[in-house]
Design a binder for this molecule. Structure first.
Ligand code: GDP
Ligand code: MG
Length: 442
């Protein structure tokens, strides 16, 4: 899917003007990508009509490849549909979670509590699921792992009473996250129950939790929960699987809300605050569009690139330091993996990338967090010249960052691998064809 979109786009590289057929073809490939990511048919149609209309009407700025210009339109239309992440102020608040059984509510409640705790707040999870056996124990264990306050009562079978008692018992917490029971399907008793809980809890924000694999079912759920308690945002879980979560967009559209969090695994730390850029890239199965969009924007405004702005192209020139690696890792939080970023740089897609070792580009979120902590304990000189880091420094850095020497070595290993990769790219830059392409990128 993503690759055929990329194929189509590659064919159009270098064209300064696209024909109506070219645009048709791009739009068709985008439709295919979105539909296979479970985005609702009518949403896809609406989106592609807008894209087509704009691509035909608007003029690309001088010197901008037509393909980049169309991609910018695609990006803007998707951002328009998906929106920014649900607003969640870092202050006292109550959040209510709703959703069907198995969607990931309990897991998400502990994850969100963990996330708030990393922001310096004191969260508490209140478990009101009296329907599913084992719900209490599961929530309690996850909250222990997240090291956050927890309230539940396995001997009480009245969820409303549990909610009321829970708020009282955890009054020292700033952020109250109320987990609820689900059902296999939308049933009246489920809706009645959550309405009653909502009445007692008076949440500031009610979030609908949806499995990334949800397809057409998202619409009914969103509508029902929105009517009963009012949905302010959506949490998409299980994005670590193959599903891209496009079905959840229907819920966002239906409830006129936005996406708050993404669940990316079974551990309490496997949660990300939603960012449109990375999500759109994943949805289309291609490299980061926001960068391209920005580049076109820059061409339009004819402004200078800001010095601080990290740009993958900078990496291809000069010395690659640990500071570069850190910046790149931070950027990856928004952009998706480096290999996808590379895909969007003309000349680096496809074959060249495949020659690299698989793990050269593999820095998982978990490792990134550890690496960041380790780098915070390094001196500027060490980051600029990592090759000089010896055993005694490794020991000091590990101690300072509360990690193991093994982990520090792992980071240095990763750095070496990336540096080698970058060198390979730089090496290719000496090639005539490559130089031409590099010039085109500027
Ligand atoms: P609930 O019934 O809505 O409370 O759903 P649970 O929180 O109990 O989650 C149902 C199942 O999905 C559990 O096995 C979770 O471990 C799993 N799960 C939840 N979120 C994620 C996620 O983001 N990734 C993965 N891989 N599994 C998840
Ligand atoms: Mg549950």
């Amino acid at each position: 899917l993503g690759s055929s979109l990329r194929g189509t786009l590659d064919k159009l590289r270098g064209k300064s003007r696209l024909s109506e057929e070219d645009i048709e073809e791009i739009v068709k490939e985008i439709q295919r990508s979105l539909l296979s990511a479970d985005v609702d048919v009518s949403l896809v149609m609406e989106l592609s009509d807008n894209i087509k209309e704009r691509a035909l009407e608007e003029e690309p700025p001088a010197g901008t490849p037509a393909r980049d210009f169309v991609l910018r339109i695609v990006y803007e239309e998707l951002v328009d549909l998906i929106g920014e992440s649900t607003e969640l102020p870092l202050e006292e608040q109550t959040i209510l979670l709703a959703g069907l059984q198995g969607s990931g509510k309990t897991t998400s409640s502990a994850k969100m509590a963990w996330w708030f705790s990393t922001k310096g707040l004191r969260p508490a999870v209140i478990q009101t699921d009296t329907f599913r056996p084992g719900a209490y124990q599961q929530a309690k264990e996850m909250c222990a792992r997240a090291e956050v306050d927890f309230y539940g009562n396995p001997d009480n079978d009245d969820p409303v009473e549990i909610a009321r008692n829970g708020l009282e018992a955890t009054s020292e917490a700033d952020v109250h996250i109320v987990d609820t029971a689900g059902r296999h399907a939308l049933e009246d008793d489920l809706i009645d129950e959550i309405e009653d809980i909502e009445g007692v809890v008076q949440p500031d924000t009610s979030l609908l939790v949806l499995d990334a694999a949800i397809g057409q079912g998202a619409k009914d759920q969103a509508q029902q929960f929105d009517e009963s308690i009012g949905i302010d945002g959506v949490v998409i879980t299980k994005l670590d699987g193959t599903a891209k979560g496009g079905g959840a967009l229907t819920a966002v559209d239906q409830t006129d809300s936005s996406i708050a969090f993404l669940g990316t695994g079974e551990e309490v730390q496997d949660i990300e605050r939603f960012e449109p850029d990375g999500f759109i890239s994943r949805l289309l199965g291609m490299g980061d569009l926001s960068q391209l969009a920005e580049r076109v924007e820059r061409a339009m405004e004819q402004t200078e690139i800001e010095e601080d702005d990290w740009d993958p192209e900078d990496m291809l020139q000069g010395q690659f330091t640990l500071n570069d690696m850190q910046k790149q890792m931070e950027a990856m939080n928004n952009m998706g993996p480096l290999d996808q970023v590379m895909d969007m740089i003309p000349g680096f897609g496809g074959g060249i990338k495949d020659q690299l070792p698989d793990d050269a580009m593999d820095v998982t979120q978990q490792r990134m967090r550890t690496f960041s902590v380790i780098m915070d304990s390094m001196t500027e000189a060490e980051k600029e010249y990592p090759k000089a880091i010896g055993a005694s420094q490794i020991e000091r850095i590990a101690r300072g960052s509360g990690t193991s020497e093994e982990q520090v070595r792992e980071l240095l290993q990763q750095y070496k691998m990336m540096e080698k990769t970058i060198k390979q790219f730089q090496g290719m830059g000496s090639d005539k064809e490559m130089q031409r392409m590099m010039q085109q990128m500027q």
